[in-house]
Ligand binder design. Structure first.
Ligand code: FAD
Length: 372
């Protein structure tokens, strides 16, 4: 596929050389952002009518996969640009779309703010509050774990607008907040196991005032929009996991051909070959599931939600298994920062946790199966 070749070439030339340093120094991959923006791979999903590329969901996955193959942190630029803007694409007014989407297509970044310290898997128990005051909304509270906070200029924020709603989910609305809005601030960076180049921070709202028309969809529909968004973006986390796994397998293949023990390359031992074959099989199976789930989300298939959870959980479990095996195949060298598989193993872990833990994915899938 031409798209894959183009992204791979860009990723290898402009992103891979900085991946180890970005991880070591826990710094934002600015070189990746510059390269992705210059080539238009920063947010390929934005429709042409909003000055974007209008790429389909499978193409967006291929971009994320190829960037993640060399640097998982950098792959969160296109992935979270999609996550932050998907609620707007699904439910935003024409005005909100025009305000945010062309800016993201042009290289600004978007974040998605659902989680709170005490409301992770149980999203409906969120506490951030938005009150209508005249024709403006006033937001108060703190969101946490916000990917790319501080770098993004736009934040899609879910907040409680009707605390008395009979069902908590019906009392939540979605808004877009700009980094320069009064009363908005970004907290300190979390110190993480992996994806160290992608800042993860709390964001604070202290009487943060935004215009009334910054609501995304009707009042009370925000959580449903936020969860529908995940049907479109869980395939992208699957793609990120897939890319990390492919990067680890490629590194391992290179190493076992070079490394010699007992007078021959370790890749000649059948015990090693069986590991490689299993790694390759798992990756290929994950790839099929990820693309099928992306296509299902694109065409609004009734099984899209099941497929998205299946792809995200399966591909992330594959990424964890394959990166762990890649470290194993490097022997002691794999345990050091001199080779990329150690970073890839640390980066893989988050894909089993965010956008809903893999336990939550299984709940979503089982619910769908039992519904029939
Ligand atoms: C690096 C990073 C980046 C993130 N980026 C974002 C972001 O950009 N935007 C955003 O909104 N959020 C983001 N998150 C938040 C992420 O989505 C949550 O951490 C995740 O959904 C889990 O919530 P929690 O951490 O509160 O875990 P908890 O909900 O406290 O879960 C703890 C454990 O209990 C299990 N568990 C919980 N409920 C159930 C259940 N019903 N059945 C079975 N097991 C259950 C979980 O699987 C987990 O193993 C990010 C998190 C991290 C670490």
């Amino acid at each position: 596929m031409e798209l894959r070749a183009a992204v791979r070439s860009l990723a290898e030339k402009e992103i891979a050389p900085y991946a180890a340093e970005v991880d070591e120094d826990s710094r934002f991959p600015q070189e990746a952002l510059t390269a992705l923006n210059a080539s238009g791979f920063n947010a390929v999903h934005i429709p042409e009518e909003f000055a974007g590329q209008g790429a389909d969901a499978v193409s967006a996955c291929v971009v994320i996969e190829e960037v993640a193959r060399v640097d998982a942190s950098a792959s969160l630029i296109p992935a979270v640009n999609k996550l932050g803007t998907q609620p707007i694409l699904l439910s935003g007014s024409e005005q909100v779309k025009k305000l945010v989407l062309p800016a993201i297509a042009a290289g600004e970044m978007a974040s998605y703010a659902l989680s709170e310290r005490e409301a992770g898997s149980d999203t409906a128990s969120m506490r951030v509050r938005a009150r209508l005051s005249g024709d403006e909304w006033v937001l108060n509270g703190t969101k946490c774990w916000i990917t790319n906070a501080g770098v993004s200029s736009w934040y899609t924020v879910m907040a409680v607008t009707d605390p008395a709603a009979e069902k908590k989910a019906d009392g939540i609305s979605a808004f877009v907040v700009h980094a320069d809005d009064p009363g908005f601030s970004v907290g300190a960076k979390e110190r993480k196991l992996g994806i160290k180049g992608s800042p993860t921070c709390e964001i604070h709202f202290e009487d943060c005032v935004i215009p009334g028309d910054r609501i995304v969809g009707e009042p009370g529909t925000g959580l449903r929009t936020a969860l529908r968004t995940l049907d479109h973006t869980r395939p992208t986390i699957g793609a990120q996991a897939l890319g990390i796994a492919q990067g680890a397998l490629d590194a391992a293949l290179g190493y076992v051909k070079e490394r010699r023990q007992f007078g021959r390359a370790v890749g000649e031992f059948q015990g090693v070959q069986f590991m490689l074959a299993d790694m390759g099989t798992k990756i290929e199976a994950a790839r099929h599931l990820v693309y099928a789930s992306a296509a299902a989300s694109e065409r609004g298939d009734a099984r899209a939600s099941f497929m998205a959870s299946a792809a995200k959980s399966y591909a992330s479990d594959v990424a964890m298994a394959v990166t762990t095996d890649a470290v194993q195949l490097f022997g002691g060298a794999g345990y050091t920062r001199d080779f990329p598989v150690e970073r890839m193993m640390r980066d893989a872990k988050i894909t089993q946790i965010y956008e809903g833990t893999n336990q939550i994915q299984r709940l979503v899938m089982a619910r769908q199966l039992l519904k029939g």
